[in-house]
Design a protein around this ligand. Structure first.
Ligand SMILES: [Zn+2]
Length: 112
């Protein structure tokens, strides 16, 4: 780092901040997750989101868009059935489904 001859401590501090900013300027990005918009320093070249949380949120929304809400409930049910079968040492178990449990509830038609 360059030393600033003379100048106040505040000026030196701001100069340091400026130097740090120049180091990360090309990696400073805005998170593209809906409803976030935070600034972050990209660690990877392709990084578009500030955190794993934002990435998961975007990926979950994409999955729901593709498979619908039933896709989530179906996967959870199958995963539970596999886990139960493993616990009981059986090849498969029959799992009954309760309506409205697992995944998000569908919006009633006509409601906004
Ligand atoms: Zn974010």
């Amino acid at each position: 780092m360059l030393q600033v001859a003379g100048g106040s401590r505040v000026a030196q501090f701001l100069f340091g901040v400026g130097q740090v900013f120049l180091l990360v300027a090309d990696k400073l990005r805005v998170c593209d997750a809906p409803g976030c918009g935070r600034f972050f320093v990209a660690v990877r070249p392709q990084q578009k989101r500030c955190s794993a949380r934002c990435t998961n949120r975007v990926n979950a929304a994409k999955f729901r868009e593709k498979h619908g809400d039933d896709g989530v409930a179906e996967r959870r049910s199958k995963s539970y059935a596999r886990r139960r079968a493993r616990q009981l040492g059986r090849k498969s178990v029959k799992v009954s489904r309760r309506p409205g449990v697992g995944g998000r509830k569908k919006k009633a038609p006509g409601n906004t």
